[in-house]
Design a protein around this ligand. Sequence first.
Ligand SMILES: NC(=O)C1=CN([C@@H]2O[C@H](COP(=O)(O)OP(=O)(O)OC[C@H]3O[C@@H](n4cnc5c(N)ncnc54)[C@H](OP(=O)(O)O)[C@@H]3O)[C@@H](O)[C@H]2O)C=CC1
Ligand SMILES: CC(=O)C(=O)O
Ligand SMILES: [Mg+2]
Length: 585
Amino acid sequence: MERYGQKLEPSGRKRVNVPFRGVRLLRNPMYTKGTAFTQEERLALGLEGLLPHAVTTIDQQARRVYASIQCKPDPLEKYIGLAALQDRNEHLFYRVLIDHIQEFLPIVYTPTVGRACQEFSHIFRRARGIWITPEHRGHIAEVLRNAPFEDIRLIVVTDNERILGLGDQGVGGMGIPIGKLALYTAAAGIPPWQTLPVSLDVGTDNLDLLEDEFYLGWRAPRLRGPEYDTLVDEFVHAVKLCFPKALLQWEDFKKFNAFRLLERYRKTLTSFNDDIQGTAAVGVAALIAGVRATGIPIRQHRILFLGSGAAGIGIARLMRTTLRREGLDGEDLTAAMANLDVQGLLVEDDPGLDPLQREFAWPVDMAEKMGLGRGQKRDLLSVIRAFKPTMLIGTSGTAGAFTEEAIREMACYAERPIVLPMSNPTSKCEAKPKDVLAWTDGRALVATGSPFDPVTHAGREHRIGQSNNVFVFPGVGLGILVAEAREVTDGMFTAAARQLAQEVHADDLEAGSLFPPAARIREVTAQVAAAVVREAREAGVANRSLEDAQIPGAVAEAMWNPAYLPADPAPVSAAEADRSMPALV
Ligand SMILES: NC(=O)C1=CN([C@@H]2O[C@H](COP(=O)(O)OP(=O)(O)OC[C@H]3O[C@@H](n4cnc5c(N)ncnc54)[C@H](OP(=O)(O)O)[C@@H]3O)[C@@H](O)[C@H]2O)C=CC1
Ligand SMILES: CC(=O)C(=O)O
Ligand SMILES: [Mg+2]
């Protein structure tokens, strides 16, 4: 493992020590500048004759690369183009991504990343991150030490079983940790050499993948039970050993493993589950911003959930905390939220409820009073008719689950219905924004998990906010690293939600959006991070105690900006030189 050679001069200027020469340097994605190496650097670093004569700036390179990616007609081709750029030159990749974040978010993230995961074994070019398979049991720490850099601060790990709403994607799930970490760097400025995507490739139950001749993963049914647990346990201990300063984000695990692993390790490893906790903050932020848009105080909202999995239960829990803080409790608190899953409204008389569903099930008498007793219909439409929600949240992974009848019914009671079809990718979205706006005469406030173009209804343009944890996890992660927090608390997600809601400006609300535009993500993330640093201090989990006035500076200083630094030759060891060659197909 290597340490990236960035150094600070006494003047405060940064330079970089380059431990490679010649072709090896040009092919090292973290150190190369391509045609931006100056003539002096070319001489000092053994690059003479290896580059065309002209010396360009990163801005010129970025414009050239942007033009070549922009003209690709298919989003997956753009994804492949950007991934190839990332593999060639990380500074340039992040320059282009940051400069065009609104345009490329749907490429490196949902929806296109979903397609890239599905096509992973067919479009594979070059490996990135670490794959852990059952054959690594007993020496997972050794495998982690093969990571390209040693000072890892941020790990995103998946076991690939619930990739967006696309289910088990086996080895292809790696696209998600790679995409999330690219956003950690683009939005939060976490240096790329401090990030590590990990796939726990424990097999797949996706028969199409198992039968695909090109499938690149561990070709076996999923490891389950004690064998799975033992592997995860060894992985967690190896992370603590190899990367003691790292924050770990659990991503896209299936419901029960998601909750189990979060609870099992949250006190022993600085970690959180993005689908449960990050998503929760997004839902609560929409509620808080929604108060300004609807004029209805928090405690008077009635919130309806369709889908009670990792995301739905996660949001419901943080909502309950939020409503409790507003003074609601007992029956009033229970009656403020209603949760549906595949079987319909969750009610305590259902013997098939799992413990997570039971946590939000209505008491039988409450359901009966609402005309939703045993034997009566408990589907979405019936529940909307009885419950009269002001806010509807979809995390069912089911396209079209918000039907016209259901949305029209909601619009009979709510002047400004808040409708969040949060399921990803776009093909799994519960309703299309243009339909929701048409069915509500343009009154709905719609925010979707995947991005949608603005909708014009009755001559008025509505901006569709993106209700996605991308507005939360980068800021939470950055805040935790800046505060050197020992533990990730639920309070941090409440703090993130409140801050995110504050970042929604009057003109966003005026345009019909409950979220800021993605173009502002870096500035929003810095504010969310600052709120998390404050919360870490208040909760007593920060190893680095910062006064309020110091926090914005500390956050800004921690955010890496992809600019080339002057390069100095550093001694090259033969072993390091060998390692600098990127893994080829
Ligand atoms: N916008 C964002 O930031 C985020 C969005 N998501 C999206 O949310 C979706 C769900 O994720 P997650 O909660 O982790 O997945 P889970 O599988 O844990 O939960 C989905 C739940 O919805 C239930 N369900 C399926 N179909 C219906 C239906 N027609 N009506 C009601 N309930 C239904 C499922 O039941 P069963 O298991 O029995 O099928 C399951 O309980 C995904 O599409 C994901 O991409 C997730 C995290 C963040
Ligand atoms: C956004 C996200 O984390 C998901 O859809 O799983
Ligand atoms: Mg996810």
